[in-house]
Every structure is written in structure tokens, then in C-alpha cells.
Write a protein that binds this ligand. Structure first.
Ligand SMILES: C[S@@+](CC[C@H](N)C(=O)[O-])C[C@H]1O[C@@H](n2cnc3c(N)ncnc32)[C@H](O)[C@@H]1O
Length: 258
């Protein structure tokens, strides 16, 4: 996958691109990452990237012509020749979540566009494929959001984490029903009088699986009732579909006999 980031502060990514699994993904060639500053396409002696808002108001707005020139240059000189899927990072976008990370992980090339100041000239929205938000709060720039998107997306690429199962058996994973993960323990067996649940040391894998499922359901219900309701509705729909399929098969067998 290629990830390009449009940012006025490429230096923020210097360590990020080299560290942990993102660094390893780059070393192995799974990830190609580049940052480019719109300043390179800025106007006039000061290479301006922003201007005052039409209609008045406080702060400065990032110019659409400069931002799009920067964005297009990244596709223009990408060795893979692909047009990247363009993501605008703003507090007004759709909330970024695991489902969106999975969808982004399927794209061969991504361009993440970070704003600063009062944000972007509205017309940039016609030049991107989607708009994502890190949450219902406002930061001074999109860089932390871009890093979050890279962290959540790149770890889903095949081979990046080593142990594929670890991205399926975790909180928010569709393979895990979207539930929060069950509680995890490691040594010591007892800490300040608190022991680990006995079932986990018992070696009965079926019992452990049942315990973990029940714990995942209970903690999702307690901590995130919104997620639990989605899980419950989905599980009920699946059970109904299975019951309907079984009933249809039974009816067909009966009809074939008579
Ligand atoms: C100060 S914010 C601009 C906010 C804008 N005036 C508004 O009210 O919607 C500057 C930049 O930070 C980034 N940013 C701030 N909060 C964000 C969030 N929750 N998710 C993603 N990006 C965010 C965006 O790139 C945005 O253009």
C-alpha cells in the first residue's frame, strides 16, 4: 500500500514512519509512505497556502488551488501510477472506526489530507473521496488524525502484525461480532490478592472460549450499550436467517418425499 500525507508539518512524521510496525511495514515493502507540504505549491514570495475568508470572520482558510496542486502532484509522481483514494481529515467527517479502517486497508493507495488554521476552502470537498473525523472534538491540525488512520489501517495489511488472528480477536473486529475484547491476564497468577479467573488456568479450551465470549458480551453491554445493541440485533438477524433456512430445507425434504 502507498500512503501519502499532505501536511504543512512533514517533520511530525519523521519518527512515526520509522517506528514499530509502521517502520517494519516500510522496510518490508508492504508500505510506501510519503509526506508532501502544500508549501511547495504556495503562492508568492512567502509561498502562501492560506488566505482570509470571503464574507469575513476570524482566522485563515487553506486555499483549494494550493491543496489540490499538492494532492495531484503526489499521484503524478507516484511510482505505482495509481490515483490514491483521497481522505480529507476534518472534525466534520464521518467518525473513523474499525469498519472504515478495514475498508481503507483494501485500497492500494491512500492520500490523507491534513488541514490547519480554520480548515479548508469548501471546494476541496469536491476533490476528495471521503471525509473522516477522529471524533467529536477539534484539534489544531489533521496530522494526529492521519497518524491514527495509518496506525489502524496498516496493521490490518496481511503480514504486518505477524499473527493474523490478533486483528480478528480484538475489540471492534467484525470477526468478533463488533464486541469489546474479553479480559486478558498474564503472570503473575496472583497480584495483591487478586487471582486470575480459574478457568483460564484450567486448560479446557471449550470452557475458555465460552468464558471469553460471555465476558466480551458482558463488558460490551456495561461499557458500550450502543455497540452491544448493534451486536444483539445482528446476532438475532443471523439466528432468524438460520432458522428460516432450516425450516425451508425441512419443507423441501417433506415435499420431495410426498
Ligand atoms: C482547527 S481545525 C478546523 C476546524 C474547522 N474550523 C471546523 O470548525 O470544522 C484545523 C484542522 O485540524 C484537523 N482536525 C481538527 N479536528 C479534527 C478531527 N476531530 N478529526 C480530524 N481532523 C481534525 C482538520 O484537518 C482541520 O482542517
Amino acid at each position: 500500500m502507498r500512503v501519502d500525507v499532505v501536511t504543512l508539518f512533514p517533520e511530525l512524521f519523521d519518527t512515526f514512519w520509522k517506528t514499530s510496525f509502521v517502520g517494519r511495514a516500510r522496510e518490508s515493502g508492504t508500505l510506501t509512505a510519503r509526506c508532501r507540504s502544500p508549501r511547495e505549491f504556495g503562492l508568492g514570495a512567502h509561498r502562501s497556502v492560506d488566505d482570509t475568508p470571503y464574507g469575513g470572520g476570524s482566522g485563515m482558510v487553506m486555499r483549494v488551488d494550493v491543496m489540490v496542486a499538492c494532492l495531484e502532484s503526489l499521484d503524478g509522481d507516484a511510482p505505482d501510477g495509481l490515483r490514491a483514494h483521497r481522505v480529507l481529515l476534518t472534525p466534520q467527517g464521518a467518525p473513523f472506526d474499525q469498519a472504515r479502517a478495514l475498508a481503507l486497508a483494501a485500497k492500494p493507495a491512500l492520500a490523507l489530507v491534513c488541514g490547519r488554521y480554520e480548515g479548508f476552502d469548501e471546494r476541496i470537498r469536491g476533490q476528495v473521496d471521503e471525509e473522516l473525523s477522529l471524533g467529536d472534538f477539534v484539534m489544531t491540525g489533521g496530522e494526529v488524525a492521519a497518524m491514527a488512520v495509518v496506525e489502524a489501517t496498516v496493521r490490518l495489511l496481511p503480514g504486518v502484525l505477524g499473527n493474523e488472528a490478533s486483528t480478528e480477536e480484538e475489540s471492534h473486529s467484525p470477526a468478533h461480532g463488533g464486541l469489546l475484547e474479553y479480559p486478558q491476564y498474564t503472570r503473575p497468577l496472583e497480584f495483591r490478592g487478586e487471582k486470575i479467573p480459574a478457568v483460564l488456568a484450567g486448560g479446557n479450551h471449550a470452557e475458555i472460549a465460552r468464558f471469553r465470549r460471555a465476558e466480551a458480551e458482558a463488558r460490551t453491554k456495561a461499557k458500550r450499550p450502543d455497540l452491544y445493541e448493534r451486536y444483539r440485533v445482528h446476532a438475532q438477524a443471523e439466528a432468524d436467517a438460520l432458522a428460516a433456512a432450516k425450516a425451508a430445507a425441512k419443507a423441501e425434504r417433506k415435499a420431495n418425499k410426498s
